[in-house]
Design a protein around this ligand. Structure first.
Ligand code: SF4
Length: 207
């Protein structure tokens, strides 16, 4: 399908809407990356802080961050180590696997997140309506899911879009059937590396 609209990066030539979307996603990524040299951190360190701030208790590992960031475990490990040395990440032993370490943000890292350069982009989305934000997020989620499927990599997602979640229980908690664990309502929107996309793209916690 070809849009009648003209794409600002390639004037005077109609460009397929799919190509426009891919180019815009790349351009947004490059803009965000360029803005991320701030607060004494590199873009990779900011990405790690964001990941460990948003990841659930099954996913706060170096391996999960490596998968999420699309990098090697060695490179991810170096990034995590540098944040430990800056006292922005602290390490605890994983209850499910005694050989693994879990990482969480220190108080100073939580404070630093208020200066996260990605907030510039968050504020820019205020130009969109709620419905436009939801449709854009749905579309990007589907694109990332398809790329993960093609590459055989694990897709990252949240419980409300995952087929392993059980309906809300009488006490307001949820059940993860995969991990056989009860989940607090505030865990439902955390990032998970065990995520399995629901077949219906609407994706909400089943009632
Ligand atoms: S329901 Fe899905 S996303 Fe949530 S904890 Fe379980 S596997 Fe992870």
């Amino acid at each position: 399908m070809v849009s009648n609209r003209y794409y600002p990066l390639m004037p005077n030539k109609p460009v397929a809407i799919e190509t426009q979307l891919a180019e815009l996603a790349l351009h947004l990524g490059r803009t965000a990356y360029g803005d991320c040299f701030s607060g004494g951190l590199t873009p990779a360190q900011w990405m790690a802080l964001r990941f460990f701030a948003r990841a659930n208790r099954f996913s706060r590992t170096v391996s999960a961050f490596a998968e999420f960031h699309g990098t090697t475990k060695g490179t991810a490990s170096q990034t995590v180590k540098s944040l430990e040395e800056k006292s922005y990440l602290k390490r605890t032993r994983c209850a499910h696997d005694g050989r693994s370490s879990l990482f969480s943000l220190t108080d100073s890292a939580q404070s630093l997140l208020h200066l996260d350069p990605v907030e510039v982009i968050v504020k820019a989305t205020n130009q969109l309506t709620r419905s436009q934000c939801e449709q854009t997020a749905d579309g990007l989620r589907q694109i990332l899911g398809e790329l993960a499927r093609q590459r055989g990599s694990q897709q990252v997602g949240v419980c409300s879009f995952c087929h392993h979640i059980s309906p809300e229980q009488a006490d307001g908690r949820f059940q993860c059937r995969l991990m056989d664990e009860s989940l607090d309502p505030d865990e439902i929107e955390q990032l998970c590396m065990r995520f399995g996309a629901r077949s219906d793209p609407g994706g909400c916690v089943p009632g």
